[in-house]
Design a binder for this molecule. Sequence first.
Ligand code: ZN
Ligand code: ZN
Length: 271
Amino acid sequence: MKIDGHTHTHYCPHGSGDNVELMIQKAIELDFDEYHITEHSPIPSSFKSRLQPMEVIDTLAMNEREVDGYVKEMIALKGKYKDRITVKVGFELDYLPMDTEWTKHFLHEYGKYCDTGLLSVHFLEGLDGWRCIDYQAEDTLDGLVNYYGRVEDFQLAYYEIVKQSILVDLGQYKPKRIGHMTLCNKFKQFLQCEETKVIKENQIDILHLIKQEQYELDVNTAGLFKPYCGETYPPIDVIEYARQLRIPLVYGSDSHGVKDIGRGYEMVNLV
Ligand SMILES: [Zn+2]
Ligand SMILES: [Zn+2]
């Protein structure tokens, strides 16, 4: 079965603005059987006040007032396209270590309408506050890598939060698929990240936690198309290890526009 398990919509302020319906139609053209709409969940104001640089704040996700509209609109599309493709609806939920109460409330309110979802880490504590790890290469270098000291320490800090995200209790509606588990590699070539022994061990530890909790893994091809990355999240050797552990693997294009749908599908051999 051909599934795209990770896509965004016109509700995403850093996306292309393409209407989700055009994206669904493209997925139908490409013979996908299942299409998961997983828009970024809103960022609570408590977290925004901790975030640097300020210019990113309004680009991250829809605001809280838009969520009802998003859910209604996407559920309507599920019905409209049901004879041509199975549409599932949920969120790419951020793990925000200091806002787990807000997150539980969010899931309590909206989890019942969802039949898919991802749990992702996009933020780490850094210079002057919390920072996006995937915003701009220079910003990640100044605000995170230099803050932690070495690039390996930055990567390890990221993996630590990913591990926490797997184990944290967010209630019954917590998403069960871990999004782009090596997003810290997005600027890999710019930052000169190396996959050292300790980094590999951490990646393997994460897979064992995913297995232990009976979660799934997002096999995310977006990194293949990023100029400083050139690999999947996680890299192919980690995907192969996950396969040996029999962790369910779900392809994700992480599309933010029509042109991204299905990208790199043939690279990950999930059929
Ligand atoms: Zn996004
Ligand atoms: Zn993401």
